[in-house]
Design a protein around this ligand. Sequence first.
Ligand code: 5GP
Length: 235
Amino acid sequence: MIKGNLLYEGKAKCVYETDNPNELLVYFKDDATAGNGAKHGTIQDKGIINNKISTYFFKLLKDRGIKTHFLETVSKREMLIRRLDMIKLEIIVRNIVAGSLVKRLGLPEGTPLAAPIIEYDYKSDELGDPMLNRWHIMALKLASIDEINEIEHISLSVNAIMRELLKAKNVELVDFKLEFGRDKDGTIFLADEISPDNCRFWDADTHEKLDKDRFRQDLGGVEEAYQEMLNRLTM
Ligand code: 5GP
């Protein structure tokens, strides 16, 4: 595989073309942002840890029949992925009240939900990722109703698989954000990453935060939390 031109640089990742038109290379950076880019920082070795944690979850999900964009780990910070036409949506799955839901519903952080909640955000930095529902998604032609149904089905399966695995590691899966894309045939694949950057992980006993909320909320121990999550998954 030959690394080609930089195709896209995001807040936490760079994406490069390769000599195979159907494959891209993702480079995981240490850069961290919060509050839609208002807060900037670096989390040492985050890129290495997020590449490892994402690889771990993508392999787990593949073994459980979920189609993901992951192809192989290339280096400490690089992952080879399937090239997809990305759907401009963030799919958020919640099991426990935290983050923006605390403000929106006026419920205390940590309140368990009787069933998972699925929310959609429109991927738009300029607009601050506004929340959408299925009617917006269809009206804006971001995805068809069949695709929305499939995305919800996959997202709930991912939630069940990850919750079960994390329970054995004494970690609660509070909430997380997924992204999806289509290949040339229109098949939907899970894309992006699965890491403490886009999931909330709490120690099941102490509710200690083991994710990016430590950076967002200036709690300290950010690097240690990312490393702790990797250790729990792989040791
Ligand atoms: P909230 O809406 O509470 O801020 O976020 C819900 C969940 O989705 C959290 O696990 C959070 O990490 C994830 N999430 C929401 N928006 C984004 C985003 O723009 N980028 C990343 N990396 N994660 C997000």
